[in-house]
Design a protein around this ligand. Structure first.
Ligand code: AMP
Ligand code: MG
Length: 335
């Protein structure tokens, strides 16, 4: 199959209207999308990814009004979208238009991506567009066009070329269905921000322990996500520095964290002196939690490509950006 790789939103919107599958960048990660109005097209997304059928998709919209037209948004939902959208917030809402995918659910996950180009594409396609992350099921999400091409060129019908993801981890998911609003998946929009508008927000422990719960809060939380093939070791700063100092010569190890800089062993300076950390596949230096999240999945991907066996990840810094990042790292480390 020939894949149309283009920044022409009209051409790629036509593909969605024809029931085809198109990959597109969002501010979080790449998505693999099909018309929410076409069950057949959505089912092809599952097939391409190898995604379990009981894990529903997020529908992507271009505006709040287009969400209100097909879901029961309510005052709280509207206030949340007005505050955080367009952006990395997904709401689970009661569905008004029962014909939308997935037809067997009374609820719909909705989100408005940040990029104006992507919103224009969704609007031109007649929207909404259902999309999970563009990766093979069970693998980390992709955040680089080069990685998307490696997996999906000649597999999907189109790839929209637009601004690369910058947040790097998947959206925050909040359910507004049921007695209390509930945080289903932490992300870049943090619970303390949500609590200002949702004082009764339930925040379950969404770390690895969740994997074993009998009834998952969100269908997706029972599946393993976010983990590369390499073993992920979440290390305290002390353990991280120690591992770096003692094991950096092993080609089967890799490191991502803050403390690479300033803690280089002498032998490192001699052997790797001319390279900066960012230039070497096995060392990824980050400057903030946001920078960490934005580099994490691409680093996992490049480690797997180069056959690295173990990846040491330094714990995130307390404060802004910690919540979603820590959740993904804990999941990856427990996989
Ligand atoms: P992703 O797999 O990265 O596309 O993330 C989508 C997340 O939203 C998964 O955890 C899904 O289980 C969850 N989700 C999508 N639709 C619904 C829904 N109607 N109710 C509850 N969770 C949903
Ligand atoms: Mg995913």
């Amino acid at each position: 199959m020939k894949t149309l790789i283009s920044s022409d939103v009209r051409l790629l919107a036509n593909l969605i209207q024809e029931g085809k599958v198109v990959i597109f960048p969002t501010e979080t990660v790449y998505g693999i999308g099909a018309s929410t109005k076409s069950e057949l097209a959505c089912l092809r997304v599952y097939e391409i990814k190898g995604r379990p059928k009981d894990n529903p998709l997020i529908a992507h919209f271009h505006s709040i009004e287009s969400i209100a037209a097909v879901c029961e948004l309510g005052e709280v939902g509207r206030a949340l979208l007005e505050r955080f959208s367009p952006g990395p917030l997904t709401l689970i809402l009661p569905k008004k238009d029962k014909s939308l995918f997935p037809k067997d659910l009374d609820t719909l996950a909705v989100r408005i991506p940040k990029s104006p180009v992507v919103r224009e594409w969704i609007e031109l396609s007649g929207g909404p567009i259902s999309a999970p992350s563009a990766n093979l099921s069970g693998r980390p999400s992709l955040t680089k066009l080069s990685d998307v091409l490696r997996y999906f060129d000649r597999v999907v019908d189109g790839i929209l070329v637009a601004e690369e993801p910058s947040f790097g981890i998947e959206s925050t998911v909040v359910s507004l269905v049921g007695m209390h609003p509930t945080l289903l998946r932490p992300g870049s929009i943090e619970s303390r921000e949500l609590l200002k508008l949702l004082p009764d927000l339930r925040i379950p422990e969404l770390t690895s322990k969740n994997e074993n719960q009998a009834v998952p809060l969100s269908p997706g939380t029972k599946y393993k996500h976010y983990a590369p093939t390499a073993r992920v070791i979440l290390a305290s700063t002390e353990e991280f520095i120690e591992s770096f100092k003692t094991m950096f010569q092993s080609k089967s190890m890799a490191w991502i964290g803050y403390s690479l800089k300033g803690n280089e062993p002498d032998a490192f300076k001699e052997g790797f002196g001319k390279q900066s950390f960012g230039d070497d596949d096995r060392f990824c230096l980050v400057s903030s939690n946001e920078d960490y999240a934005s580099k994490l999945y691409a680093f996992f991907e490049s480690c797997d490509m180069s056959g690295v066996q173990s990846i040491f990840c330094e714990v995130p810094k307390p404060g802004f950006g910690e919540e979603g990042l820590r959740n993904r790292l804990e999941k990856a480390a427990s996989a």
